[in-house]
Design a protein around this ligand. Structure first.
Ligand SMILES: [Zn+2]
Length: 259
């Protein structure tokens, strides 16, 4: 019975607004900017009851200080410096809000940053910059092995889990995914759908975990077609999943989509 609404910020960030029909209390995830959140709250007559943060990057926490000023609790990773943090979270902790009524489990997903967490529960996954539709976050602080373990954990979530991530990167991610798996029919379908969504100024999110497992190369490092493509791109034998994943991530880092 929850309603999840994207609040666009900067050039391609999404701040996720969590509301419950009939209630005036709201929560937000990763408010990198306060102004667009305040505008939506005012416009809809909502009151902020909680702030959830996945990691410390400024485009995810830039608005936290201002929005938390009226004693709004801030839930975020224990391993990172988060402004106005009131609830330092570790793996297995739960965020339980009564209004909006939501219970989310904390999953530690190091890789993009070392303390990065994701929130999962009630069929929702707020993944920050760990997992995107069709892609994953860059390895700014962690290793490929850490990111592989993080995505392995997220990949195990129920297939109908809806993915709400931090950026509208889907089209660029799918262009790369197509280079890795040109013959994946689910990928072709998803690309067409995402293009239509963007042409209509709609977000490409959420997607489902089930769909991500079929189209996202960063959840498919152990699929024969992905392994073969990465090995060919590397031009050498790759010893294990970690090496394959590291090569896949490096390939994406240097990928220029065909114009
Ligand atoms: Zn980030």
């Amino acid at each position: 019975m929850l309603e999840i609404t994207p609040i666009p910020a900067f050039s391609d960030n999404y701040i996720w607004l969590i509301t419950q029909p009939g209630s005036r209390q709201a929560a937000v995830v990763d408010p990198g900017d306060a102004a667009p959140v305040q505008a939506v709250l005012e416009d809809r007559g909502l009151e902020l009851a909680a702030i959830l943060v996945t990691h410390h990057h400024p485009d995810h926490v830039g608005g936290v200080g201002i929005l938390a000023a009226d004693d709004v609790p801030v839930y975020g990773p224990a391993g990172e410096t988060i402004p106005a943090l009131t609830h330092a979270l570790r793996v297995g902790d739960q965020v339980k809000l009564s209004n909006p009524a939501i219970r989310l489990e904390v999953i530690e997903v190091p890789g993009h940053t070392l303390g990065h967490i994701a929130f999962a529960g009630d069929g929702l996954l707020f993944a920050g910059d760990a997992l995107f539709s069709g892609g994953c976050g860059r390895l700014f602080e962690g290793t490929a092995a850490q990111m592989l373990a993080s995505l392995t954990r997220l990949r195990e979530l129920p297939g109908d889990t809806l993915l709400y991530c931090g950026h509208e990167y889907t089209l660029a991610n799918l262009a790369f995914a197509r280079a890795v798996e040109p013959d994946n029919p689910d990928l072709a379908k998803r690309l067409q759908q995402a293009r239509e969504q963007r042409d209509n100024q709609q977000p490409t999110l959420p997607s489902s975990l089930d769909e991500e497992r079929r189209i996202n190369p960063f959840l498919r490092w152990d699929q024969p077609a992905v392994k073969a493509a990465v090995t060919e791109h590397a031009g050498r034998t790759l010893a294990n999943d970690t090496e394959i994943f590291a090569e896949l991530r490096a390939w994406k880092d240097n990928f220029k989509p065909p114009q």
